[in-house]
Design a protein around this ligand. Structure first.
Ligand SMILES: NC(=O)c1ccc[n+]([C@@H]2O[C@H](COP(=O)([O-])OP(=O)(O)OC[C@H]3O[C@@H](n4cnc5c(N)ncnc54)[C@H](OP(=O)(O)O)[C@@H]3O)[C@@H](O)[C@H]2O)c1
Length: 237
């Protein structure tokens, strides 16, 4: 069975990917810190192994992947720090965002990639963002992490494609998930997703399954998935 190791699988896009991939016959390792959400995944259909793990904990990360064969790695865990002008951003929020959105993804990839190179097979995906490719106010550090992920994915592909390893950057626009739960009140979140225009996590997950199903000769290096109807110009992503 093909294995998929998905970070940030307790919620939103990652959870949808875990469910869709397990439905498609993958053996899924679902990573996150929220034990209750992990337990719910265990009772879902298909083969999902929940793994309680903080991906910023380097030792725990190394231990978690040590004895696993990972065919598909999806670096998806991420956070949105409090929205606001960069001038006012706390150093703690800057560091936490860099650590989770960027450093953890690079470190995890470094831990997994040698076994893929040895087998001359594998697929690495990153949940990036439109914020990497267009400018929005109030999310400068978030944008920086996603732009760095885009650059990392592109260079990584150049390193790994000679070994038959595929790398995909998922460029997501506004997807209706709990990403803003800690930083916006319910009213603001309802306004953000009003009119049922946002992309749903399952939409992204279905694309991921389709991309993975292509023959190895074809590498979808990046796909963009955006709401069909435009979001407000001042809107966050
Ligand atoms: N929603 C959007 O509009 C949108 C657009 C573009 C890109 N994205 C990206 O999509 C990815 C998933 O976000 P989402 O929208 O699905 O938000 P979400 O529902 O808040 O999911 C975030 C996931 O990250 C996990 N996570 C956070 N900190 C972690 C840590 N230290 N260790 C392990 N897991 C951790 C969370 O799990 P635990 O809390 O259980 O640890 C959760 O499963 C992120 O990279 C985000 O930047 C989202």
């Amino acid at each position: 069975m093909t294995t998929a190791f998905i970070t940030g699988a307790t919620s939103g896009i990652g959870r949808a990917m875990a469910l869709e991939l397990s439905k498609a016959g993958y053996e899924v390792f679902a990573i996150g810190r929220n034990k209750a959400a992990l337990a719910k995944l265990r009772t879902s259909q298909g083969a999902i192994t929940p793994v309680a793990l903080d991906v910023t904990d380097r030792k725990a990360l190394a231990a978690a992947v040590k004895d696993l064969q990972i065919d598909v790695l999806i670096n998806n865990a991420g956070m949105m720090p409090p929205l606001g002008n960069f001038t006012d951003m706390s150093i703690n929020d800057i560091e936490a965002t860099l650590e989770l959105n960027l450093n953890a993804a690079i470190v995890l990839t470094r831990l997994v990639v040698p076994q893929m190179r040895e087998r001359s097979a594998g697929h690495i995906m990153f949940t990036g963002s439109i914020a990497a490719h267009a400018a929005f106010s109030n999310i400068a550090v978030y944008s920086a992490t996603k732009a760095a992920i885009a650059g990392f994915a592109a260079s990584l592909r150049a390193d790994l494609s000679p070994y038959g390893i595929r790398v995909t950057e998922i460029v997501a626009g506004r997807v209706e998930t709990p990403l803003y739960n800690d930083i916006l009140d319910e009213k603001a979140r309802a306004a953000m997703y009003a009119g049922n225009v946002a992309v749903q996590p399952e939409d992204v997950a279905k694309m991921v399954v389709a991309v993975l199903a292509l023959p190895n000769r074809a590498d979808v290096t990046r796909f963009d998935i955006m709401p069909t109807r435009p979001v407000s110009p001042s809107g966050t992503r």
